[in-house]
Design a protein around this ligand. Structure first.
Ligand code: DAH
Length: 340
């Protein structure tokens, strides 16, 4: 009965190896050890030929049973191991769709930019076209064309930042960082015949040490309207509409006398809501000398001009009391202006 013992031992070893297989590769090796060319069952089968018929049948039947038992055990183990493999793989590849998405951080417009755009929008609604101009200007555009006399304090080194001329051959008396956006008045009028309705947003420069109310680099919006029938009432009405658009419908405005070389008469616009009156801008009727300087005939056309400090409007719109906040790039300040 050695064959029977061998078969039982082969089946026992085979089943143990199948059960012990910890992964699908180990199971394949266990299957090889049982059913392979030199496998235990195969070796038992080979002995069948040497047996007489009765014993051969008997052993053959038992071998078949053993094969079936082993096969069943192998399939059971295989499905357990496959499930295990899939589980591990799924866990490794899992994407947690419940995690909050990483939203890109949205920036926002700097309060000066936002205010400047709101101002340009308000004037665009009245039919004004926005244009730009150079920040490096010549003496002629910045001063002379604007009827600013030789002895005017704005021309002094103390107030104005002069630079080397861009073009050394230029016949400009001097070259400077523009002290206001007003020089673009002359540039526009030289470039086109009347009527003119433009606003000029831009950066301006003066010799100033930064403090709560001064910056050496700041922003203005210049306005110029030249036509055949403009009056001081048009100036007053235009500025009143824009002040309400920027500072709210309850704002009240008034004009008080002032002086600028390039306007006559000249005025300041003051505004009040609940507090006292505060200065918003300078304005006036375009001086005939300015019109003459660009070849316009003051007998034919006339108009008004104004210059608004953008920082001042931004301070009023947002209740800011120190100009330096605008240039310090402190995110705690800037992120309060998430307007877009
Ligand atoms: N350019 C002036 C300044 O910088 C502001 C100004 C005043 C502009 C009156 C004007 C104006 O066009 O009419 O202080």
């Amino acid at each position: 009965m050695t064959d029977v013992v061998d078969l039982d031992a082969a089946v026992g070893d085979g089943l143990a190896a199948v059960e012990a297989a910890e992964d699908l590769d180990a199971l394949d090796r266990a299957v090889g050890a049982v059913f392979g060319k030199r496998g235990a069952i195969t070796r038992v089968q080979r002995t069948l030929g040497q047996l007489d018929e009765r014993r051969r049948r008997e052993l053959g039947r038992r071998v078949n049973e053993a094969r079936a038992d082993l096969q069943a055990a192998i399939e059971r183990r295989r499905s357990v191991l496959e499930e295990e493999r899939d589980r591990v793989m799924l866990a490794a590849e899992a994407v947690d769709v419940t995690l909050p998405a990483r939203t890109p951080k949205r920036g926002s417009l700097h309060p000066i930019t936002e205010t400047m755009e709101a101002m340009v929008d308000a004037f665009a609604g009245l039919g004004y076209q926005a244009i730009g101009g150079p920040e490096v200007e010549t003496d002629w555009f910045n001063f002379t064309a604007l009827n600013i006399p030789r002895d005017h304090p704005a021309r002094s080194l103390h107030d104005t930042i002069y630079v080397e001329p861009l073009d050394p051959d230029s016949r400009a008396d001097s070259t400077l960082l523009r002290t206001h956006t007003s020089p673009v008045q002359a540039r526009v009028m030289l470039a086109q015949p009347p009527p003119v309705y433009v606003v000029v947003p831009g950066r301006t420069y003066r010799q100033d040490t930064p403090d709560a109310t001064h910056l050496p680099v700041f922003h203005q919006i210049e306005g110029l309207a030249v036509d055949t029938d403009l009056t001081f009432a048009d100036l007053a009405g235009t500025l009143d509409v824009v002040a309400r658009a920027l500072l709210g419908p309850d704002i009240r405005t008034r004009l008080i006398p002032d002086h600028f070389p390039f306007t006559e008469p000249s005025c300041q616009l003051e505004a009040a809501s609940d507090g006292g009156w505060m200065e918003l801008l300078g304005a006036g009727m375009v001086h005939p000398n300015v019109l003459r300087a660009v070849g316009y005939d003051p007998e034919e056309v006339g108009g008004f001009a104004f210059g608004i400090g953008v920082e001042r409007i931004a301070m009023l719109r947002h209740g800011i009391s120190d100009l330096r906040l605008f240039i310090e790039n402190d995110l705690r300040f800037l992120s309060a202006f998430t307007t877009v």
